[in-house]
Design a protein around this ligand. Structure first.
Ligand SMILES: Nc1ncnc2c1ncn2[C@@H]1O[C@H](COP(=O)(O)OP(=O)(O)O)[C@@H](O)[C@H]1O
Ligand SMILES: [Mg+2]
Length: 546
């Protein structure tokens, strides 16, 4: 079998177009693949030329290639043809001339490969590549990108990164990520050591630019790992603005919290003020109640004093008269007795009568009855005087500018007898102006308090009296180290008739009287006491009366 025939047999069923021509470029054969592109879809190629099977223009182009191959030995060429389905295909034709037995060029063999797909793919690839290149360019022009080695040295830094960090590309390539103000946590350094291919790492970094300005980056790190090295591709966002906003917000929140705390404090202060006001109101209410009680008891006392005053007056004077009369009767009787003869019947009878009525006893008893009655009347008068004072029926209401120290001194003189055996009085006078007051009434108050103090001292004790001025008020303080007042009694001691003293010793009027007097002076009495330690009465008085 000669060679061309052999090839024609093999190529008959090839998917590629193939053909063979003689030296005058007439077809010896062509396979079905090539027939698919011929205009008359013929099977009988033998003897025909390109112009028999293709349009003139194409036939010419193929012919040119054939001629070139005859001379050069091989040729290659791309040609666009339409197949039987009307599809345009690009074929790459490879030709080779061949020789006969006597070594003369006797024709050409050709094989065509359909490279339409390759062309399309190539074009698409080229498009993609140029797109990628544009994107890459855009990215590196606009994004903060760095590539570093495992030791931190820079391989690459994009223009925006250079701009932000303040270093030139050349400077960065000579340095290390740890030397340009970027601060990394130990945790981050650990993570990039352990990162595996296809893993990513997202982190925030605070950094200082070459100029010393602070900036913040949020970075996505992708490792680029080969057999020999591990580099890191990092793309970052500049989050400085949002960090600053965050800080501002944080400060604002802090400010708000401080403001809120201040408001709370103000509220607490106001609350405390209100509580204090409330307490004062309660105190005032108590005082009002106290003064009302005083007023009605005062009226009662005034009535009683008035009612008792008259009878006690005439009982007193009657007893005086009775005493006189009795004395006269007794004188007369003793004169009559001594005029009688001692042994006379009259005398003996008189003696017997005297004995039967127990005359001597009666005589003695009458005088002691009179003394007791006088004492009783004196006590009743004392009570009436107390009641009068309490209701201030006949108090001399003279308001004058008085010296309080002088008042205390004169009162001390009066009570001296009552207190001198048990208590030592210690004075601590401050500078006091003259006070507008009814000094006789204030003296009464001092007296009541001093007497109470001495009553409270069981054996030996001390009474301290101190005075001082505070703004428009003065304070007179009486302190004793007596037995003190039981807590449950503290709220009652200013009540009229409240007393803890045995019958006949206390009237329970002293403090309520004092309370009323101080109230009329627009002042106040405070009491502090602890049982077993002592008691303090502070009297506050205004310097002037409005
Ligand atoms: N300095 C004091 N120490 C202890 N208790 C006192 C003192 N002052 C007053 N008291 C108590 O207050 C009560 C009332 O006093 P007061 O009104 O003067 O009446 P009185 O002295 O007649 O009992 C007294 O009975 C006593 O219990
Ligand atoms: Mg008293």
């Amino acid at each position: 079998m000669n060679a061309p025939f052999f090839i024609s047999k093999i190529c008959a069923h090839f998917p590629f177009p193939a053909w063979q021509k003689d030296a005058s470029l007439r077809y010896i054969w062509a396979n079905a693949g090539w027939s698919d592109f011929s205009k008359n879809k013929t099977d009988s190629w033998l003897g025909g030329t390109n112009f028999d099977f293709f349009d003139k223009e194409i036939a010419q182009k193929i012919e040119e290639g054939d001629r070139y191959c005859l001379q050069a030995g091989i040729s290659e060429e791309e040609i666009s043809l339409t197949n039987s389905k009307g599809q345009e295909r690009i074929l790459k034709i490879h030709r080779m001339h061949y020789y006969d037995e006597s070594n003369n060029i006797s024709g050409i063999s050709a094989l065509a490969i359909d490279i339409t797909y390759n062309k399309v793919l190539l074009r698409q690839m080229e498009n993609i590549m140029s797109e990628v290149e544009i994107q890459r360019h855009a990215l590196h022009k606009n994004a903060l990108i760095t590539i570093t080695r495992a030791d931190g040295s820079f391989i690459y830094a994009s223009e925006p990164f250079c701009l932000l960090s303040g270093y030139t590309q050349a400077e960065l390539l000579k340095t290390n990520r740890f030397d340009i103000g970027l601060i990394y946590s130990a945790e981050f350094l650990q993570s990039i050591q352990e990162i595996q291919p296809y893993e990513t790492l997202r982190f925030e970094t605070c950094a200082k630019s070459k100029k010393g300005e602070e900036y913040w980056l949020e970075t996505l790190l992708v490792p680029m790992i080969t057999e020999t090295e591990k580099n890191y591709y990092e793309i970052s966002c500049n989050i400085t603005a949002s960090k600053l906003r965050e800080k501002l917000l944080e400060n604002e929140v802090k400010d708000r919290i401080i403001e809120a705390n201040a408001n709370t404090l103000a509220l607490e202060i106001r609350n405390a003020e209100l509580i204090k006001l409330n307490e004062q109101m309660h105190g005032m209410q108590h005082k009002l109640l106290q003064s009302e009680k005083l007023a009605s008891i005062g009226q009662l006392a005034a009535g009683i004093a008035h009612e008792i005053n008259n009878p006690i007056g005439y009982v007193g004077s009657n007893i005086g008269a009775l005493d006189g009369y009795l004395k006269e009767i007794f004188t007369m009787q003793s004169r009559y007795e001594s005029s009688l003869e001692k042994n006379s019947i009259e005398y003996i009878k008189l003696m017997e009568e005297k004995k039967s009525i127990d005359y001597d006893f009666i005589k003695d008893d009458i005088s002691s009855l009179i003394i007791e009655s006088r004492e009783g009347i004196k006590r009743v008068k004392g009570i009436v005087q107390n009641l009068k004072e309490f209701s201030r029926i006949d108090s001399n209401q003279i308001w004058e500018e008085a010296d309080i120290h002088a008042g205390i001194t004169s009162t001390l003189n009066i009570v001296q007898n009552e207190i001198k055996y048990k208590s030592e009085v210690i004075l601590d006078y401050g500078e006091l102006p003259l006070i507008k007051c009814v000094i006789s009434q204030l003296n009464q108050v001092f007296l009541n308090i001093l007497v109470n103090a001495s009553h409270a001292i069981e054996k030996q004790g001390k009474i301290f009296i101190s005075t001082r001025q505070q703004n428009q008020h003065i304070c007179i303080s009486f302190r004793d180290n007596g037995k003190g007042i039981a807590a449950e009694h503290l709220s009652k001691i200013f009540d009229p008739f409240f007393t803890t003293k045995p019958v006949g010793h206390g009237t329970g009027l002293g403090l309520s009287l004092s309370y009323g007097i101080i109230q009329e002076h627009h002042g106040r009495i405070d009491v502090h006491s602890k049982q077993g330690e002592g008691t303090t009465f502070d009297i506050w008085l205004p310097i002037k009366q409005e």
